[in-house]
Design a protein around this ligand. Structure first.
Ligand code: SF4
Ligand code: SF4
Length: 358
């Protein structure tokens, strides 16, 4: 009997990016000499052999409909060389090796309503998750927070008027893709989960939920003769980790699910170690559709940073120089007992894994 024909594996991973690169970029991979910032949103990269490629960056919404995509691709075909890339911050970058195409491309984007910017010392587009659409645990619509804030930060995106680059992030739950950035707007639950005991037995794998709690606050329990769970509310840190594997442990609440702003997070680079972000404002209403309270705090922090930082100081460097008491003084943000990290449990787990060595 003939050997059965083997089915080809279906490749659904990330395709090889080289095939989509502009030919000048492909040719000069690893051979770039330097780059210059031409105008806000436009860079030119120069290769060692003199080849040049211009990049024009425009902000987009993260969830793109087909009509917007067609619109953007028409612009790419007509005004650039047909090559684009989406960045991690939901910007689109167009590439051309012809300087004369650069300005008409910028004009075409602006005419269609796209903001060109996000380079050098600007506020980059806010990176965010969009769990409201696809995930099982969001406590807010992070994409909506981004839209509301970027509407207010339009000038900071399209100009070079900040002391240095500002990366802002948002997250839609408290525990997972929550961002680390110069400014991070994160969800903060402030009450332990409420348990619907009638559903736990049928919906939740109780051992998994018990194991999931980072502070061992969940115990199996019998309630009304049915297997369920109970939470030691004194131990619970309201993280929301139990909600994904056990939806009857409902933690989202229109009043007690709030937002918090953290600042000063930065990855390490050639000049410095990584820095952890610190809480600067908590208890901010999770207030759709425009989140005015959170936006006002972010704008206030940015205004003070713009006013007080030296050229090329990042937000964490500015605060380290002036000191945290002065930061709270200039921003007018209240310093409360919640800003003091006296959680003793941290001594047993922070910085003690084999993976973290600072
Ligand atoms: S931040 Fe949380 S809710 Fe949002 S996508 Fe990530 S895991 Fe899901
Ligand atoms: S919210 Fe977090 S700390 Fe509280 S019970 Fe659930 S997993 Fe544990």
């Amino acid at each position: 009997m003939a050997a059965p024909e083997m089915r080809e594996p279906i490749e659904s991973g990330c395709p090889d990016g080289f095939q989509y690169m502009h030919p000048v970029m492909r040719r000069n991979f690893g051979l770039w000499d330097y780059h210059e910032d031409v105008i806000p949103g436009v860079m030119v990269h120069i290769a060692k052999n003199g080849d040049k490629v211009w990049t024009v960056k425009a902000g987009t919404q993260r969830i793109l409909d087909v009509f917007t995509l067609r619109n953007l691709m028409d612009i790419a075909d007509e005004y650039a060389d047909g090559y684009v890339r989406f960045t991690i911050r939901s910007n689109i970058e167009f590439y051309t090796d012809t300087e004369a195409k650069m300005q008409p491309l910028v004009d075409a984007l602006k005419e269609k309503g796209y903001a060109v910017g996000g380079t050098r010392n600007s506020v980059a587009s806010i990176s965010h998750t969009q769990g409201w659409l696809h995930c099982d645990i969001p406590g807010t619509d992070a994409s909506g927070v981004v839209k509301s804030m970027m509407d207010e930060l339009y000038d900071e995106f399209t100009n070079w008027n900040m002391p240095n680059r500002v990366h802002i992030t948002t997250s839609c739950c408290q525990i997972n893709c929550g961002g680390q950035g110069d400014i991070a707007i994160n969800v903060q639950h402030t009450k332990p989960p409420k348990i619907d005991h009638s559903l736990v037995g049928n919906v939740c794998e109780r051992p998994s939920v018990v194991a999931r709690c980072p502070v061992a606050a969940i115990r199996p329990a019998m309630v009304d003769g049915k297997p369920s769970l109970e939470v030691d509310e004194k131990k619970c840190i309201c993280c929301g980790a139990c909600y994904p594997p056990c939806p009857p442990m409902q933690i989202n609440d229109h009043e007690f699910t709030q937002l918090a702003v953290w600042i000063g997070g930065n990855h390490s680079n050639a000049r410095g170690k990584p820095t952890f972000q610190r809480l600067v404002a908590a208890g901010i209403p999770n207030n759709p559709p425009r989140w005015p309270e959170a936006t006002a705090i972010v704008k206030k922090i940015l205004d003070c940073y713009k006013e007080g930082a030296r050229d090329w100081e990042r937000i964490n460097e500015w605060v380290e120089r002036i000191g945290w008491p002065r930061f709270f003084e200039v921003t007018g943000l209240p310093f409360t007992k919640y800003h003091i990290d006296n959680w003793r449990g941290a001594r047993a787990n922070l910085n003690s894994s084999t993976h973290i060595r600072f």
